[in-house]
Design a protein around this ligand. Structure first.
Ligand code: GDP
Length: 443
């Protein structure tokens, strides 16, 4: 659903892109599609409506900038409205009370609650040097308490010893006492989940909250569950005083919709994003970044501005001619890499154009900005023939290139793969007739 949202918005903006002036009708038409796109991405209806109203108002009320085309300006307006709605106020946990500060984790079974508890505990222990105690109050799911203990050992954070048969509220009391007596800074309570929201669960949450008076009550939601996540958030936020949301599985496909809805429905900031199963796969939530991801276009406007500065018109035209013929050799790749560096490295390039997005992924995997330098060295070690016709590069040649550039055959392989992916992307782009749009963007 993440892909379809960005694709749709891409389609909307492609139509606006490259036009000299925008009418109010243009903006309204675009915003209608933005709304459909958001709904398709499982954003709750009232949330989508509110978002579109705000963005439309902003778009219509604004003068067209001269430096960018109107289409891009609408993109920027939608982007800014997304950031605002996602909460420009990204904040981490607020735990400055007389210790122990209590963090209570709530959510449905399978949302990633236990995993996230351990991830946050690890983060607090290592980054903020807090002394953290974790306790599982989950007496429903077999082995839930043991699971937390195992994770505790993994991340080197203490867990409350398990007492068989003890009920959640009593465990919470015992945990509070232990945390106080043993001088812990933070106590993390991992509460029980259920398959569905039910009253017994909510009563239990409230009883635990009464006993532990948590500074933070974090709702853990699986970003992949879409519309369902909204219902869950609604239920929890009316029953317990949430202070924030953690979205898990942001490493999956479903990033856009859930984040937007969660923020709007709970009115609480999204504090963290879970990005994998490993214990360090937890990130502070960055509205800017997520808005960019939702749009799938990065910070288009500032990129366009920077691109215009650093890309020579002739360069762009020469590239366009080559791409139109479906040719893209190592010389072109080298030129692109140099441009990337001028524009501020990989980070600046996010989502700038289709071929680049793929290449960026490959590059990031290959080791990021440092890799740009290596790649330039590798291409420098190729013969003229090899640069013009990379398919000539066989195993023997790879070894020579690696030696010549002080790199490894694996790195040469990655470079070749990236070149391959970029030329495929460009051929596709050519087929879709998207070149004109892209050139307008590179302007
Ligand atoms: P709980 O029932 O809510 O406590 O859920 P668990 O913490 O046991 O997590 C359920 C599964 O989801 C486990 O296999 C976790 O490794 C996995 N998981 C949790 N968070 C993430 C995440 O951010 N990304 C991915 N890919 N998997 C996650």
């Amino acid at each position: 659903m993440f892909e379809s949202l960005s694709d749709r918005l891409g389609g909307v903006f492609d139509r606006l892109r490259g036009r000299g002036a925008l009418t109010e009708a243009d903006v309204r038409a675009a915003m209608r599609e933005v709304r459909v796109a958001l709904l398709e991405a499982d954003v709750a209806l009232p949330v989508a409506r509110e978002f579109v109203d705000k963005a439309t108002e902003a778009a219509i009320g604004q003068n067209v900038l001269r430096s960018v085309t109107p289409g891009q300006q609408v993109v920027k307006i939608v982007h800014d409205a997304l950031v605002a709605m996602l909460g420009a106020d990204a904040s981490e946990l607020l735990l400055d009370v007389t210790p122990p500060a209590v963090v209570m984790m709530v959510g449905l079974q399978g949302s990633g609650k236990t995993t996230t508890t351990a991830k946050i505990a690890k983060r607090l222990a290592t980054k903020e040097r807090k002394k953290v105690l974790m306790a599982s109050l989950d007496v429903n799911r077999p082995n839930a308490q043991e699971q937390l203990a195992t994770l505790g050992t993994q991340v080197d954070v203490s867990t409350l010893p398990i007492v068989a048969g003890q009920q959640p509220v009593d465990i919470a009391r015992r945990a509070m006492q232990a945390a106080k007596l043993q001088g812990y800074d933070v106590l993390m309570l991992d509460t029980a989940g259920r398959l569905h929201v039910d009253q017994a669960l909510m009563d239990e949450m409230r009883a635990v909250a009464d006993v532990a008076s948590p500074q933070e009550i974090l709702l853990v939601v699986d970003a992949l569950t879409g519309q369902d996540a909204v219902n869950v958030a609604e239920n929890f936020s009316t029953e317990v005083p949430l202070t924030g949301v953690v979205l898990t599985r942001m490493d999956g496909d479903a990033r856009g919709g859930a984040a937007l809805s969660m923020r709007a429905v709970t009115g609480k900031p999204i504090k963290f994003a879970g990005t994998g199963e490993k214990m360090d796969a937890l990130e502070a939530f960055h509205p800017e970044r997520v808005a960019g991801r939702i749009l799938g276009m990065g910070d288009v406007v500032s990129l366009v501005e920077r691109a215009a500065e650093s890309i020579q018109q002739e360069d762009a035209e020469r590239m366009a001619a080559k791409m139109a013929k479906g040719q893209f050799d190592m010389n072109d790749l080298r030129g692109q890499l140099a441009q990337m560096q001028r524009m501020g490295g990989l980070g600046a390039l996010a989502g700038m154009m289709p071929g680049m997005k793929k290449a960026q992924g490959a590059l990031q995997q290959a080791g990021g900005d440092k890799m740009l330098v290596h790649m330039d060295a590798m291409i420098g070690s190729m013969t003229v023939k090899e640069r013009n016709k990379p398919e000539l590069i066989n195993a023997k040649r790879k070894i020579r290139i690696a030696k010549g550039s002080g790199t490894t055959v694996q790195e040469v392989n990655k470079l070749l793969k990236m070149h391959q992916e970029m030329s495929t992307a460009m051929k596709k782009l050519k087929k879709m007739g998207g070149l004109k749009g892209m050139m307008a963007m590179l302007g």
